[in-house]
Structures are given as C-alpha cells and as structure tokens.
Write a protein that binds this ligand. Structure first.
Ligand SMILES: Nc1ncnc2c1ncn2[C@@H]1O[C@H](COP(=O)(O)OP(=O)(O)OP(=O)(O)O)[C@@H](O)[C@H]1O
Ligand SMILES: [Mg+2]
Length: 371
C-alpha cells in the first residue's frame, strides 16, 4: 500500500485557512488553541488566550457547558443555531455553532462559529458605500433637472383642462396627479442628499419615540396598534432630536406598511439598557452603546430577495417605495456613532437601534447653554 504524503503539514494548514472562527477547548473549558479567523473574531492573539477560560471571552447566549459535556459524553457532534455571540468588543452577532469532540482526544472539543448571513449584512449596512454615494449624487442632479420641466407639464395640463369636458378632464387630472407624485419622490431624493450634519444635544429617547408614535398614529399607522414597552429610567442619549425622531418614524412607517397590509397589526416599541454592547471604531477605543430601541412588528418579514440590501438607497420591496427610508436611517445612525441591526422572520421583524449615553460633560454643557 502506498501512503500519499502531502508536501504540506495538512492539519496545520487547514487550521490556519479555515475561514470561520475555530477553537479547541480542553476538558476544563479553557482555550487549547484558536485559529487565525478566531483571533480576528476576538481581536486578540492566540498566545494571550491559551489557558484562558473560553466562555470568559466568548459570550454565547446558550448553555455551552452543558452542550460541551453532551458532545463529550456522546462522542458525537452537536449543532446550535441562531445564537447571539458577543466578544465584549462589539454588538452581538447571530451565529450558528458546531461542536465536535476530537477523535484522538475525547476531552478536547472543537468549536466552530459561523456568523449568520444576516450578521454580515449588518456590518455592511453601516456605511453608505461609495457606489451608493455616487448613485445618490447622480439622482440628486437628475431630480433637480426633472423638476423644472415637470412644473411646465403640470401647468400645461391645467391650462388644457379648462377647455375640456368632464370625461377628458379626467385625463388631464391624471397628468397633474401623477406629476405631483413624481415631484414628491424627487423631493425625497433631494432631501436625502441634503441631510445636514446632526445638531446634537442630550435627548430623552422616549420623547423622540413619542413624537414619532403620535405622528404615525394620525397618519400612516392609523390602523395599527402601537404598544409602548419602555424602561423609563434610561439616561439621555446625545443626538439631533429631529433626526432621531425621523429614524423612529421611518422604522414605524416600514413596520406599518409591512404589517398593516392585511388591515392592521401590532408594533411594539421596546427600549432597554444593555451595557454589553460596544462598537469598535477604526480610530480610537471601543465605545459603549448601551441604549437600545427596538421597533418590532408582526408582519410578513423582509422579502428574501432584497434582505441583503435593504440599507442601500433605492432598494425597495414595495410598489411605490423609493427605497430611501432605511438608507436615511442608516446614514443618521452612523452620523451619531450608533448601530442598527435587523432580524426578520415571517411574523416578527425587529429593527434595533443602539445609541450612546450623553456624557456628564455633554449634559452639563447643555444646561449651561440653556441658562
Ligand atoms: N418592518 C419591515 N417588514 C418587512 N419588510 C420591510 C420592513 N422594513 C423594511 N422592509 C423592506 O425593506 C424595503 C426598503 O425599505 P426602505 O424604508 O428603505 O424603503 P421603502 O419603504 O420601500 O421606501 P421609502 O421608505 O423610501 O418610502 C421595503 O420596501 C420593504 O420591502
Ligand atoms: Mg420606508
């Protein structure tokens, strides 16, 4: 029998090339080895981790000790899907987890983490890409150029209608109405490009939520039930009050449009505190984003075909949608150093906005100013 000898030390190469974070965990629950993808995932070197209790660094929202014990006892692999994994450095990532006992050492367990697709689209959502920026620039220019002739068309149609009978006037009315619709759409495009930098001050999140809720209930959300589930003790965030209200309004509008299609639905506005959420910016240390607001609806969920791109401008799953609502939300949240995440299955869609707390100095400065 000839044994094929690989020119490479295969196991080591495979370990290093695995694109997903992989960990070996010993019988006492400590890291025995972590691969380069796992180093990136945890943002530390493997050396500094060996011997460290695994679940001190890797917060997995599942009974992991029990799962590892089961994999060891049964000597068979185990899968856990859709759990939140937090590494202390950034917001939780939804992952699928695979656990397998090693064949040559039943005490050691291999743990593989695959961040779910939805998680990576959140990462991408945070910045409006440069392609999107030039698309917005062109759309703005077109919007401006198209508005002028449209005014002429509306005017001409109105003049024409004066000499017409009722039946033909229906047609000129149609021209006027449809042109108005286009003008409105173009104005939205222009507004998107013109968003001013945020004028930030300490803001009570619930005030912004309340303004959005009231405005929604007298308009597009009139047939919806909006449930408030607030933690009234939340401290102020540091934001532009109008832009913050715009964010919540857009999220409530989307929820109403999705959930209200069959004549009504329920939107839950949920605020709470979660100190474990941190975001790491390219420049500077991690920043805590402990204020959480979730807009939850019981609609059909985000259409799979566009799920990866909903935060991009001009992506819409609705017949008359411009696809600018979420692009605007994402831009505002990014300008505020915050974070937005979505999780959607039929019957339950959750948009979660995470924001920083206003510092003592910011609150103090605002008080001085208002004197
Ligand atoms: N809560 C939700 N449930 C289901 N689908 C959603 C939800 N929120 C957003 N979507 C989907 O994402 C798409 C993009 O949303 P976005 O707000 O960016 O644009 P739009 O609502 O289509 O248009 P606009 O907000 O500019 O009027 C929507 O068209 C819809 O298909
Ligand atoms: Mg919208």
């Amino acid at each position: 029998m000839t044994v094929y000898r690989s020119p490479y030390p295969v196991p080591g190469v495979i370990w290093a090339s695995l694109p997903a974070p992989a960990f070996l965990i010993d019988g006492a629950g400590r890291f025995a080895a972590i691969n380069p993808a796992a180093e990136t995932f945890l943002n530390v070197s493997s050396k500094s981790l060996s011997g460290v209790p695994a679940f001190d660094r890797l917060h997995i929202d599942a009974p992991m000790d029990e799962a590892l014990a089961r994999a060891r006892a049964n000597q068979s692999p185990l899968f856990i899907n859709d759990v939140d994994v937090t590494t202390g450095e950034r917001p939780p990532v939804q992952c699928n987890i695979q656990i397998a006992p090693m064949h040559d050492n039943p005490e050691i367990v291999l743990l593989l983490i695959s961040p779910r697709e939805i998680a990576d689209r959140l990462g991408r959502s945070m910045h409006v890409t440069s392609a999107a920026k030039s698309a917005i620039g062109m759309a703005e220019m077109l919007a401006h150029e198209i508005k002028n002739p449209l005014a002429g068309i509306t005017g001409a149609a109105q003049l024409l209608s004066m000499g017409l009978g009722a039946e033909d006037r229906e047609l000129t009315d149609l021209i006027v109405e449809e042109t108005r619709r286009i003008v409105k759409l173009l104005e939205q495009v222009e507004q998107f490009g013109n968003l001013r930098p945020p004028d930030r001050r300490p803001v009570n999140i619930h005030d912004a939520l309340d303004r959005a809720r009231k405005s929604a209930l007298v308009g597009f959300a009139a047939n919806m039930t909006i449930v408030e589930d607030y933690d009234p003790s939340l401290p102020a965030t540091y934001a532009d009050p109008d832009q913050l209200m715009q964010v919540f309004l857009n999220l409530i509008k989307n929820a109403s449009e999705a959930a209200g299609r069959s004549g009504g639905g329920t939107i839950r506005l949920h605020s709470f505190y979660d100190l474990s959420l941190r975001i790491r910016h390219r420049d500077g240390p991690g920043k805590a984003l402990p204020l959480q607001v979730e807009v939850i609806d019981d609609g059909p969920g985000i259409p799979a075909a566009i799920a990866n791109d909903i935060f991009e401008p001009f992506v819409s799953g609705r017949e008359n949608g411009t696809g600018l609502g979420l692009a605007l939300v994402s831009k505002i949240i990014a300008d505020h150093g915050g974070w937005i995440a979505v999780d959607s299955i039929p019957g339950r869609t959750v948009f979660r906005v995470s924001l920083p707390v206003a510092s003592k100095e910011q609150v103090h400065a605002a008080k001085q100013e208002s004197r």
